[in-house]
Design a protein around this ligand. Structure first.
Ligand SMILES: [Mn+2]
Length: 353
């Protein structure tokens, strides 16, 4: 095989810091997804197995979506307590673009300007580089892809469970190897993880083909409430708080259901509005056909990736729909107007790196 030039390489400083640490606590963002869980769990599991030192993973109570609980179960890593944030030598925050998105213990209030223990590993282009050591690779498919490179850089043994955790993150963040971030690198690493013992069909079954009854009931509402606008270029659905609760789901079960409105032909912008509690609406936004939604999310205080972003909106469900859909229509209108001029319709302001 020829030289592997496609890989992302973690810095010697990052590898050094991880090698020399006595203890780690790993955490990700609020409303964790499989990439964030997989990255934190795989790093923690591999690090403690290979160094015989203590590592733990923090996820706030009730934060894990039902379909992803298997990841914690197979990882078999110690769940962190609030005290770990005081005592661990390093806090490794993965897949999290900014401090306000970090899933941290309620009582733990770091001083982000002076923090010297934070290691920040991520692939969001909006990452604010809040760690003492930051490794941000915008064109990585997922944070799990980066953690794989870290484990290889540390020359750690990667067991089949660690490989499965990493594969789950790459698989889901690429939409089952179907989204524009499905790079050759992501596929190469997925193949290597498969050689290390992952069963791709097993992972797909666990994350895609294992919808529980409550989640299935919720999907019925999402299909039922899906509406299209702008000649089908915008598709969105809504979940009222009452319907969320009556279905038996928790807010943490809202994960990739925005794929329902997104799945229709001709959709450029898909949105799912979930009233997670009265007066608080979570909006998942997705862009298709190279439409970017990060700028739209940023206008409402949210963020994310160029084509997959989110917003937490304070106000009623109707108000959220009204304001964000109006902005989306406007944005698409501008795109059409500018189409002939070659100008970019909505310049996305990226946070300086
Ligand atoms: Mn991710």
């Amino acid at each position: 095989m020829s030289a592997r030039t496609y890989r992302h390489h973690p810095s010697a400083e990052l590898l050094d810091v991880l090698t020399c640490s006595d203890s780690l606590v790993c955490n990700g963002h609020v409303s964790p997804d499989a990439d964030c869980l997989g990255a934190a769990l795989a790093l923690s599991r591999a690090w403690s197995a290979n160094t015989n030192r203590d590592a733990s993973v923090w996820v706030s109570e009730g934060g894990i979506p039902a379909r992803l609980r298997f990841m914690f179960e197979i990882a078999n890593v110690r769940r962190a307590t609030e005290r770990d944030f005081e005592t661990s030598q390093r806090i490794v925050i993965v897949d999290t673009s900014q401090p306000s998105r970090a899933d941290l213990p309620h009582l733990y209030k770091p001083d982000w300007d002076e923090i010297e223990r934070i290691v920040n590993i991520d692939h969001h282009f909006t990452n604010t580089c809040f760690g003492q050591i930051d490794w941000i690779v915008e064109d990585a498919s997922s944070t799990c892809e980066l953690i794989y490179e870290v484990l290889c850089g540390l020359q750690f043994n990667i067991d089949p469970v660690t490989a499965a955790l990493l594969y789950s993150g790459i698989y889901t963040d690429t939409g089952g190897f179907s989204l524009p971030n499905t790079t050759a690198n992501a596929l190469h690493i997925a193949a290597e993880l498969t050689q290390l013992g992952v069963s791709p069909s097993d992972i797909a079954e666990r994350v895609d083909r294992s919808v529980g009854q409550p989640q299935f009931e919720l999907l019925k509402h999402i299909y039922q409430n899906t509406r299209t606008l702008a000649n089908g270029a915008i598709a969105f659905s809504t979940i009222r708080h009452e319907d969320l609760i009556n279905s038996g789901c928790a807010p943490s079960d809202i994960d990739d259901q925005v794929n329902v409105p997104r799945s229709m032909a001709g959709v450029a912008i898909a949105a799912l509005f979930t009233e997670v509690e009265p007066g608080r609406v979570r909006i998942n936004l997705r862009g298709e056909s190279s439409t970017e939604v990060a700028g739209l999310a940023q206008r409402f205080g949210g963020g994310g990736h160029r084509q997959a972003a989110g917003v937490i909106f304070s106000g009623s469900l109707d108000d959220a729909v009204d304001r964000i859909i109006t902005a989306a229509i406007e944005m698409l209108g501008n795109q059409t107007t500018n189409a002939g001029t070659g100008e970019h319709p909505e310049a996305i302001e990226s946070t300086p790196r």
